[in-house]
Design a protein around this ligand. Sequence first.
Ligand SMILES: Nc1nc2c([nH]c(=O)n2[C@H]2C[C@H](O)[C@@H](COP(=O)(O)OP(=O)(O)OP(=O)(O)O)O2)c(=O)[nH]1
Ligand SMILES: [Mg+2]
Length: 134
Amino acid sequence: MSLSPVAHKVIGVAAIWNDRQQILIDKRRQHGLHGGFWEFPGGKIEPGETIEACIEREIMEELGIVVEVGDRLITIDHDYTKFTVRLYVHHCRHISGEPQTIECDEIRWVTLDEIDQFTFPKANAQIIAALRKS
Ligand SMILES: Nc1nc2c([nH]c(=O)n2[C@H]2C[C@H](O)[C@@H](COP(=O)(O)OP(=O)(O)OP(=O)(O)O)O2)c(=O)[nH]1
Ligand SMILES: [Mg+2]
């Protein structure tokens, strides 16, 4: 008897703040997993890479902006049906550049009062709750 292996993704995730107490969210492209959902930008940690370096790199690749990576907000382990994820979420500060939709469909700066209007993957409920407490 063999069990089929479930993919595991380890992701660096950014809660990017501007100086107006807004957080950057992006809308994932329609195709693929979680297509059309909103998310906090980020992506897979490469072998040998620190979480901070991963977040800086992913944010430059996906949005073309420079951020300063700050403290860890929360670490979340979540099991989706097709794969499992560990999300390392860090507070970040927007340093320079105008966010561009390089790898996503839309970008918004939102306050925590506005964020419930957007649909996120399941695991994000915990991130948003942690943001409200932070
Ligand atoms: N970046 C990010 N990923 C999230 C969030 N919430 C959440 O559950 N995830 C999960 C769902 C995504 O499938 C996964 C990270 O996606 P990714 O962009 O690195 O990779 P992917 O699965 O879209 O694409 P692939 O490279 O596996 O083809 O983490 C979030 O807020 N931000
Ligand atoms: Mg990504």
